[in-house]
Unconditional design. Structure first.
Length: 698
């Protein structure tokens, strides 16, 4: 029987439990709408529990803070001292059962044993897990341990779980060196170390290294200059700037947090200069001490720097005290730090067999709902399973570079960036990003240029294109990227963060061309509502399609919906429903619906139909009681661009829906357009969708 709960715990501190918990939660939220997070015991103290806050801020769990824990350590130890441990168990069981009744799955995270006093002579996590009848995941730390010690720990922990009467679900050994991982895998292949699944996770220093934000929060610093996003930079080491600038510059290293008195204007200007120089490493930030604010002249200098990306903090303590405080700061995982989260998710998915885990947990539910989390998880999962090469021509845009880092860290796709290598690497370094796994191609100096010029000339010479004009055209990044897709050097392209829709589509129409039997290229948006994902088309490309074109948009949108796991039920939208209205616009929709019926009898379609009758079952019952689409439509086809574009934006802004798109359809190979106001998350999702489309084409 599959389980509806899991208990995750470790004996040691700093074992990286949250990485495993987040990896499991990410999978659960990708499959289920209602998942609860529960900690039977949390640490003492006035601050809220960090792991609970992370889960509340990262995932839409719909839970109150007080629902997510039962006791503090102090309360538990007090009750145990009074010989009232049975009361502890009773209350934990009661709270767990109430969650179990309301949620599809309960993910439980225990508290490591180091938080309890030495008087506690048993593993309280095993005891609670047994009484909750919740399968147990153990996390061990491999850092600074010999191979024999790790092997012995695995055996001892497995025996302890068995002796406690718990169901042993899996063991994770985290923070291992690559040599230890290879040795353990080799050992496990010859003589299994335990019967439940065993997973090895490598140590990634960045995950246990504090960010500028960690230091700012812990020390209570003021954020004086720089963008909010730059607080996510990792601080690899700190350095006190006490010597003269010309001498100090020789000691600067990548990822330094420079600590100096607020009146050292020379150090401030020098550090600012390194941020723009290609000859010096990129520092993580500057921390000014002594409560001294830079003079107004320097403040004007900082404020006037274009694309200023160096965070400057200030604190009241003296330089020595500040340096000691910085050294004591521990890394945390913030729900808003997309860079670290992507790194942790990539670590988990690349080292854990999720199919093996899913086979033992119950993710079946009678609900047909699909949340934005579920849709996004499915995108990343499918893209990872069939990795594709996606080219991004707009490497000069900060959003693109930030998206690339996330995509590479989560192993969503292989990325090709177009542009000058030195410029791309310098800009990514300035932003504190790691895009080293991306392939960089400079069209101006590429060995592919001659082949591309010849191919484009052959494609367009009948249209009067000269060879010199073909060469000039191939110097444009969108044309070069499109030709990479056409000739198989890339599997898809995403553009539009800087370029217009026409600048993205025109090369595709000239080079990639439309699929057989597809008359026009069209677009759609995936509208991710709270509990379902709808398809809106066409909201970005075709201004006033005729009946034949509108029918093609409907067919293309239905096929795209099916490709992404959405059962197509097409609503051909109009200002009237059924036979109730007349007029040219209504007749256009009516004729388009008839054409779809004739071309694709396999598709469920209704039109003309008003939006309320298409989406609301009660309205549908009154207006079209016998329709198989009314009240349950999933694909909405708008009669013109004006209606579609305004409607998707109105729904997006009014309901808080996540709009993913525009996604282009009808091309032989996938080329997708971004809104010029696209966020980093929009770019990440569009690349994942493009990779899936590329897999479908191949």
């Amino acid at each position: 029987m599959k389980t509806k709960s899991l208990y995750i715990s470790s004996l040691e501190s700093s074992v990286g439990s949250l990485i495993v918990t987040m990896g499991i939660m990410e999978h659960l939220k990708g499959k289920l709408e209602k998942v609860a997070f529960f900690r039977p015991v949390i640490p003492n103290g006035s601050e809220r529990d960090k792991d609970i806050d992370f889960m509340m801020n990262r995932y839409p769990l719909g839970m109150e803070y007080t629902q997510m824990y039962c006791y503090t350590v102090e309360e538990v130890e007090g009750l145990i001292a009074q010989n009232l441990y049975h009361e502890v168990l009773e209350k934990v069981i009661e709270k767990f059962k109430s969650l179990e009744r309301c949620y599809d799955f309960v993910l439980i995270e225990g508290l490591n044993h180091s938080y309890f006093s030495n008087t506690l002579d048993f593993d309280i996590n095993l005891s609670i897990a047994k009484n909750l009848n919740s399968p147990y995941i153990s996390i061990l730390k491999g850092e600074h341990k010999e191979l024999k010690a790790i092997k012995d720990e695995i055996h001892i922990e497995a025996e302890a779980i068995k002796s406690a009467g718990c169901q042993h679900f899996a063991t994770f050994v985290n923070r291992l060196g690559n040599h230890e991982i290879e040795a353990l895998k080799k050992l496990a292949s010859t003589q299994p170390l335990q019967s439940p699944p065993l997973y090895f996770l490598p140590e990634i220093p960045e995950l246990s290294t504090p960010t500028v934000a960690d230091i700012m929060k812990t020390l209570g610093c003021t954020h004086s200059f720089g963008k909010e996003s730059d607080l996510r930079r990792v601080v690899k080491q700190s350095k006190i700037a006490a010597m003269r600038l010309e001498n100090f510059l020789e000691f600067i290293e990548e990822g330094d947090l420079v600590i100096t008195s607020g009146d050292r204007s020379d150090i401030l200007v020098g550090c600012l200069s390194t941020a723009f120089s290609k000859n010096y490493p990129t520092i993580a930030g500057i921390l000014l001490t002594g409560g001294i604010v830079p003079p107004l002249s320097l403040q004007r200098l900082f404020n006037g720097c274009r694309d200023f990306s160096l965070p400057i903090l200030s604190v009241d303590t003296d330089t020595y005290t500040t340096a000691m405080n910085v050294a004591a700061v521990r890394a945390t995982m913030s729900a808003h730090n997309d860079r670290k989260i992507a790194l942790a998710q990539g670590l988990f998915t690349s080292n854990v067999n999720m199919r093996e885990i899913e086979a033992k947990i119950d993710t079946d539910t009678s609900s047909s709902s699909m949340t934005p989390n579920m849709f996004e998880y499915a995108l990343f999962e499918r893209a990872r399973e069939n990795r594709k090469r996606i080219v991004l021509p707009e490497s000069g845009d900060e959003r693109i570079l930030r998206a690339v880092e996330i995509l590479l860290r989560r192993d969503v796709a292989d990325i090709i960036l177009l542009g000058e290598r030195e410029e791309i690497e310098h800009k990514s370094s300035l932003l504190g990003l790691d895009i080293s796994k991306a392939t960089i191609v400079d069209p101006k100096n590429s060995s592919l240029m001659e082949e591309f010029v010849t191919s484009f000339y052959e494609l367009r010479r009948a249209k009067g294109l000269s060879r010199s004009a073909a060469r000039d055209t191939m110097m444009m990044s969108n044309y070069f990227g499109t030709m990479m897709v056409y000739l198989g050097y890339a599997d898809g392209m995403v553009s539009g963060a800087v370029h217009t829709t026409q600048e993205t589509i025109r090369p595709a129409l000239q080079i990639i061309k439309t699929k057989p039997n597809v008359s026009i290229v069209s677009s759609l948006f995936f509208m991710c509502l709270d509990t379902r994902v709808l398809v809106y088309g066409d909201c970005a490309v075709n201004q006033d399609p005729n009946p034949e074109e509108l029918a093609q948009i409907a067919i293309s949108s239905a096929d795209t919906a099916k490709m992404f796991g959405i059962e197509p039920k097409i609503a051909m939208l109009s200002y009237s429903t059924g036979e109730s209205g007349q007029g040219d616009e209504v007749e256009k929709v009516r004729l388009a619906t008839k054409i779809v019926h004739e071309k694709r009898a396999d598709l469920l379609i209704e039109g003309p139909i008003q939006y309320d009758a298409a989406v609301d079952p009660s309205v549908a019952m009154a207006k079209l009681p016998n329709s198989a689409v009314a009240g349950q439509a999933t694909v909405f086809i708008f009669p013109d661009l004006n209606t579609g574009n305004n409607t998707y934006k109105a729904v997006q802004r009014s309901s808080g829906a996540v709009a993913i798109g525009p996604i282009l359809q009808g091309l032989n190979k996938p080329i997708n357009d971004l809104s010029r106001g696209a966020l980093v998350a929009d770019i990440v999702n569009t690349v994942a969708i493009t990779a899936i489309q590329a897999g479908d084409v191949s």
